[in-house]
Design a protein around this ligand. Sequence first.
Ligand code: NZQ
Length: 381
Amino acid sequence: MNDFIYSYPTKVYFGRNAAEKALQAEAGGMGSRVMLAYGGGSVKATGIYDQMVKLLTEAGKTIVEFPGIMSNPTYAKVQEGAALAKQERVDYILAVGGGSVIDCCKIVAAQAKTEEDIWEMEFVHHKLPADSLPMGAIVTASGTGAEMNGGAVITHEEKKIKTGVLGQAPRFAVLDPAYTLSVPPMQVLSGAFDTLSYAMETYLGQSSQDNVSDDVALAIMRNTVVNMRRLNQSINDIQARGNLMWDSAMAENGILKIGRLTDFQAHQIEHQLGAYTDCNHGQGLAVIHPAYYRHIVKDAEEKFTRFAQVVFGKETAEEGIEALAAFIQECGLPTKLGQLHSQVEITPELLRQVADSCNLIQTGPRPLTHDEVYDILMECM
Ligand code: NZQ
């Protein structure tokens, strides 16, 4: 194990009526003016919005609405939210949605506390925000685990970069599996594949032998596959949804990263693909993973062999990667770039730009070159 310091800032309320329990317990520490942030309208269709308004009103809060946070949230949307939070003297942010809403709010919270531009602060001056508005997260679509970490994935449209920006983790998170029952099946499975990807990417980073983080990661992968299969049989299986909700939080709450380095090369490729196409994150990962792993299998053969045996019950590293590819197909997730919902046509020229602007990870099985990223993307055509 590498050296580490561990503490956790997010209190989790899991299960039935968790939102009610959480808001009753947390309201006292929220101040009086609460920003209610959400996405494109699902919260209104499901009644979750009405429930939040009722709970906040009963707690005597003044509500400041911040609607319309899009999937793959943009930096412009972050700035809009921060300006609103400053103008309305918001004390607390309540993010109600999936990873996109929660991530956007993390950076709104940081930008609301400084006049310095957060993007410049982090990427030009290499400083982290010193302060943030406090926030809570009500998860309505699981998979990203965004509710239990301080990282946010934001798309800077002018710069054509989708990348991780650091804010602060939510103070509390509500995980009620019933809230996810209205999520369309394809989004449920895409979200769950993001969880699987996160655990695989953490596991494949450089680590000491026989460390417990690797074993926990393998358990999360296995459990995610088991429960995705259950949902494939019966999409409204509430137990499986709950299991996946906690798998997601466990994959991305930092526990798997303890004492080790990580890979995340597939995420980096997908993020740049997302910056150019606005494709769905989990679906982009489903397309990229098998091609990436076929490229690096010899650089981490032992790890891939364990992965094959523990997660898919196969013998060899190569068989494990092919089992992963077959599993993606079994779930009905996209296997080719042409199956992604893209805002633009995906051409070799576009993929060249994606590859050339992709961040190259140094702590995975082997650092790739931009040309290799291009080859991997071309294999996904
Ligand atoms: O916008 P609304 O109308 O709410 O619809 C959303 C959206 O269309 C819908 N939805 C959410 N809850 C629903 C629902 N529909 C019906 N019923 C409900 N209860 O689901 C759609 C997708 O939502 P979104 O939040 O975009 O998806 P997801 O949770 O997969 O988040 C994706 C974003 O998270 C980032 C991704 O890169 C992407 O930008 N990630 C964040 C991570 C983190 N912070 O740790 C790690 C992840 O790997 C990931 O990179």
